[in-house]
Design a protein around this ligand. Structure first.
Ligand code: NAD
Ligand code: WQD
Length: 347
């Protein structure tokens, strides 16, 4: 029996595949490689010394997806596959709705057809919209401020309806806060296309000299230093959270949502400082206007995950920065190639 991992070639999916294989699970990975690189798969094999089946399949292609269910004996699904760029989702909303929602509907239809009712779904802290206060507990009012966030919100609702219709379903919804960091080996990490949208990949590219300076989006928020505060979580801690969620869906039926964060917020400038300490590099920055749609403060109450999943993050901001930096310097062009490595001055 195998665990089907959709989006397993992506940033969080690849780290989770490593932890699943190390824990002894058999896995089958499905990814259309729309935001990932085929090289990831061999890195996963290399790190774990284990093999697994990979299907380059789009979830929207239901008949090819069905082949995966026909050819494998699947016990449970961890569903990462989806598009995730907030700004892009505003520009091409229909594509986001189609990819994320239709993809999930097809997946769930096939799961029903093949009587597989154990699902772990990647949601996001974005479903809390503009939170009224912090720390954020799972019972906060849900809302979304952009099409990407609405896909997560809608999928959560779809999954709740699925459970109401058939109480044999076992579903865990994981709401990630801000995943950063990389595998400590430096072999897996986040590989954004083009200019990074998120803070940590932007900082590491400034650190290595690919980008000139960080633009800090606003320093007039009601926070200790005026810059935005977020709950950054190491991607390996996040990956391990999926193993705990899997344990839960394997043992009980129901549907439940859990925050995966550290429960502690860091400002943009605190992250810059932690990165400079971990890397020994300076990160020049300029403060610019607030980024539209950004919220001032967001961090999780993580007690529910601790109590019910037996999971807590153990890696601190120093590890997150160090591992992000190691990944950046060892893979200056991400998974693409290593031709330019000698041109880049290492520390
Ligand atoms: P990612 O883009 O690195 O990984 C997603 C993977 O899904 C990619 O490999 C992509 O090629 C694949 N994919 C997308 N659409 C597909 C489709 N229709 N069929 C098959 N494969 C498809 O993103 P990630 O950061 O690893 O995020 C994984 C999940 O976690 C996503 O659902 C994302 O929305 C969610 N999430 C991410 C963050 C974050 O900041 N990284 C935060 C909260 C939630
Ligand atoms: C963090 C902080 C920025 C870049 C996004 C999505 C969210 C989730 C995670 C998927 C903020 C500041 C950033 C820069 C900056 N993804 N910043 N300069 O916005 O909290 O969350 O990723 O579900 O849905 O919205 O993360 O890393 O973009 O920003 O000053 O160049 O860094 O203003 O305070 P965010 P982020």
């Amino acid at each position: 029996m195998a665990i089907l991992v959709t989006g397993g070639a992506g940033y969080i999916g690849s780290h989770t595949c490593v932890e699943l294989l190390i824990a002894g699970f058999e896995i089958v990975v499905v990814d259309n490689l729309s935001n990932s690189n085929i090289n990831v798969l061999n890195r996963i094999r290399e790190l774990t010394k284990k093999d697994f089946k990979f299907y380059e399949v789009d979830l929207i292609d239901k008949s090819s997806l069905e082949d995966v269910f026909i050819e494998n004996s699947i016990e449970a699904v961890i569903h990462f596959a989806g598009l995730k760029a907030v700004g892009e989702s505003v520009k091409i909303p229909l594509h986001y709705y189609h990819n994320n929602i239709t993809g999930t509907l097809f997946l769930c239809e096939l799961m029903e057809k093949y009587d597989i009712k154990k699902l772990v779904f990647s949601s996001s802290a974005t479903v809390y919209g503009v939170p009224i206060n912090v720390p954020i507990t799972e019972d906060f009012l849900l809302s979304a401020t952009n099409p990407y966030g609405r896909t997560k919100l809608m999928i959560e609702e779809i999954l709740r309806d699925l459970y109401i219709q058939n109480r044999d379903w076992n579903i865990v919804i994981l709401r990630y806060f801000n995943p950063i960091g990389a595998h400590p080996s430096g072999r897996l990490g986040e590989d954004p296309n083009g200019l990074p949208n998120n803070l940590m990949p932007y900082i590491t590219q400034v650190g290595i000299g690919k980008l000139e300076e960080l633009r800090v989006f606003g320093n007039d928020y009601p926070t200790s230093d005026g810059t935005g505060v977020r709950d950054y979580i190491h991607v390996v801690d996040l990956a391990l959270g999926h193993l705990k969620a899997l344990e839960k869906v394997m043992s009980t039926s129901g549907i439940d949502a859990y925050n995966l964060g550290t429960g502690r917020g860091y400002s943009v400038l605190e992250v810059v400082e932690a990165f400079e300490k971990a890397s020994g590099r300076k990160v020049p920055y300029t403060v610019v206007e607030r980024r539209p749609g950004d919220i001032p403060i967001c961090y999780a109450d993580v007690n529910k995950a601790k109590k019910e999943l037996g999971w807590a993050a153990t890696r601190g901001i120093g590890d997150m920065c160090l591992d992000s930096w190691q990944w950046q310097i060892k893979n200056p062009n991400g998974y693409e190639d290593f031709k330019h490595i000698s041109k880049i001055k290492m520390n």
